[in-house]
Design a protein around this ligand. Structure first.
Ligand code: GRF
Length: 200
């Protein structure tokens, strides 16, 4: 299946997915990397991996609808059947989600529903929880909300800094996201209302 990965920054999850595909672990091809930030290192990674990338900047479009229409045009051209948001710093609209129902995944650096939003690692540290983690979930119209596919816990140590904790969280992300994508592609996830059950 052709998949697309959406990034805005470093793209380490994009890299992890590409590496996992190269190792033959995921039956897919990254047909397109979509990026909304010209400074993103993810663009360099795509070049190195010889993966096609689409740079779309919101400021170059009159409306969010036109911005998304350009993305959708490209996804269709590449025959994309699964979208993986990986550090994409924009909310996709309900209209976009309707075009790809239960075909958009996201990775979040906390154990949802705790610490939603763009600073999940710092928020967990500041709150003083002893355990946080990583969540891979389907995207629905609410932010960081759709059915959860996989979660993995990460312990917080008393001497953790945002950097040290982020390092361990990213490490988990890089194995958890490919695993979730594999489950999806093998048809092993069944959605029942807000629950994503794993089939044997
Ligand atoms: C990850 O921590 C992910 O959970 C969050 O954004 C970050 C993206 O990192 N959604 P990268 O660009 O994949 O390195």
């Amino acid at each position: 299946m052709n998949i697309a990965v959406f990034c805005s920054g470093n793209g380490s999850n994009f890299q992890a997915i590409a590496d996992s595909i190269k190792r033959g672990e995921i039956p897919a091809k990254i047909a397109l990397m979509v990026c909304d930030n010209p400074e993103a290192f993810a663009l360099q990674r795509a070049k190195t991996e010889r993966i096609k990338s689409l740079l779309v900047e919101r400021k170059n479009f009159r409306s969010k609808a036109e911005f998304e229409a350009e993305i959708i045009r490209n996804l269709k051209r590449e025959n994309v059947g699964l979208i993986c948001l990986a550090g994409f710093m924009r909310l996709v609209s309900p209209a976009f989600i309707k075009k790809y129902p239960n075909k958009i995944l996201n990775i979040h650096p906390a154990l949802l529903p705790a610490f939603k939003g763009t600073s999940g690692i710092k928020d967990a540290l500041d709150y003083g929880v002893k355990v946080t983690g990583v969540t891979v979930h389907f995207v629905d119209a609410e932010m960081d909300h759709g059915p959860i596919i996989l979660q993995q816990a990460v312990k917080i140590n008393d001497d953790d800094t945002e950097e040290s904790l982020a390092g361990r969280i990213h490490q988990i992300e890089h194995s958890l996201y490919p695993r979730a994508i594999k489950l999806f592609l093998e048809g092993k996830i069944k959605i029942e209302q807000r629950k994503a059950r794993q089939l044997k």
